[in-house]
Design a protein. Structure first.
Length: 425
């Protein structure tokens, strides 16, 4: 054997050994902390108190939003969740033995929430937000499981995911999890109050707020649970504003009662929630107890604030603003007022609005194009909505009026181009 051949052979052996070690490491990282499923499943506590608690937790986690197809049976799955890597379809959570969780035990369900692994051992895609649900306690997981087991069984086969290669491979998912996921347990902070810890548990765990209010990297992973610095929601094209940014959606200077009221009603003197957050309020937070809403408010108010960026003085094209003002005077002034002051409990003020002046104009453009609708809630049963103007205004007109809103009445923010509008139309 020649020297070069021997070197090649040794290199190949080393390469195989390294590859084997990496595979073993990825495999270990995907099972660390897991305990074997009990041969004798634990009994399910189906007492009325436990079922009521499970129903409440299902609301807190907004489970029905993904696991109920429009017009379909509750929790029977089938709804497609679009991601940059393809479509993930939510599973059937009803107790049907063949297509749902009828043959699952409480251990299986706990493993799915805490470790992101299905009954048959398959790794689950993080469109099911187990990177947040891993914080849920075993007691809450068991109550949630008992509630789902009490629902009517629906025989509806789960749809196969429609993901592109290589994202459809369990091996690729295992590598992702090795890099970006680790099962954790919520640990109350001793130096904080019980109320603050309850709010942290809800926001970081079942509430999975980080799933929207955090920037995702190229692999679709979010930051840590306190990284609520805002981000564009993949595929939905809504911007979830920073919950720590003083110039975005920080509530550090709000009264806790006002924060709780916004989560309950969907509206506040500063404006109303719209888009994906309107659905969260409609399906989830309006149904939470006063105590839990206050706890979430205390936690959100205490998030480490990021100071507002130093305001720049923008000098938009005068003709652009003139055209935008003409559209505003024709279409908007009747509700929002000549000085952008709005009307209390009806139309949000535009002058001085952080929403209007955020670095990202995505939400403002979407509202002008497609309308803005606050959720219908028990505390605000007849919310005011804004009609869409996308059918009446072309891209240049939308860009002009949005640019005007961002630079009128003392506002100051970058203008919006026709191309930006086109991308969101």
């Amino acid at each position: 054997m020649s020297a070069s051949a021997g070197t090649w052979m040794r290199g190949s052996v080393v390469g195989v050994a390294v590859a084997g070690l990496l595979i073993a490491l990825v495999a270990w990282l995907n099972v660390r902390g897991e305990t074997p499923i009990a041969a004798q499943p634990p009994a399910v506590d189906d007492s009325p108190q436990t079922l009521a608690r499970g129903a409440y937790l299902a609301r807190a986690g907004n489970c029905a939003a993904c696991h109920t197809e429009r017009g379909g049976a509750p929790y029977a799955g089938g709804r497609g969740i679009d991601t940059p890597f393809g479509t993930v379809f939510a599973g059937n959570l009803t107790p049907d033995a063949d297509t749902g969780i009828g043959r699952w035990s409480a251990d299986h369900f706990w493993r799915a929430l805490h470790h992101g692994r299905s009954k048959d051992g398959r790794l689950l895609y993080p469109a099911f937000p187990y990177p947040s649900y891993t914080q849920v306690t075993r007691e809450d997981a068991d109550a949630l499981f008992a509630f789902l087991r009490s629902q009517p069984a629906v025989a509806q086969a789960n749809k196969p995911h429609a993901l592109r290669f290589p994202y459809d491979m369990q091996a690729a998912l295992a590598v992702w999890r090795a890099l970006f996921f680790r099962a954790e347990t919520f640990e109350p902070r001793a130096e904080r109050s019980a109320q603050w810890n309850r709010g942290a548990y809800l926001v970081q765990g079942l509430g999975h707020c980080v799933a929207c209010h955090s920037t995702r990297n190229a692999f679709g992973a979010t930051g840590d649970r306190l990284d609520l610095s805002g981000g564009l929601i993949p595929m939905q094209r809504w911007y979830a504003p920073s919950l720590v940014g003083a110039d975005e959606a920080s509530v550090a200077d709000w009264d806790t009662q006002r924060i709780a009221d916004l989560l309950r009603s969907g509206t506040s003197p500063h404006g109303s929630v719209m888009g994906p957050m309107a659905e969260v309020v409609f399906r989830s937070t309006q149904h939470l107890s006063d105590e839990d809403l206050q706890a979430m408010a205390v936690f959100l108010k205490d998030l480490p604030p990021q100071p507002a960026a130093e305001r720049e003085e923008f000098k938009p094209d005068a003709e652009l603003l003139r055209r935008g003002q003409a559209i505003y005077d024709d279409r908007c002034v009747a509700c929002h007022g000549e000085q952008g002051q709005g009307a209390a409990n009806a139309y949000p003020p535009l002058a001085g609005s952080r929403k209007v002046q955020m670095a990202s104009a995505v939400n403002l453009v979407r509202v002008v194009l497609h309308g803005g609708f606050a959720p219908t809630t028990a505390a605000n049963p007849r919310p005011y909505g804004m009609p869409p103007f996308g059918q009446d205004l072309d891209d240049a007109e939308v860009a002009a009026v949005v640019s005007y809103l961002r630079n009128a009445w003392g506002n100051s923010a970058p203008t919006v181009s026709e191309l930006e509008v086109l991308k969101l139309r």
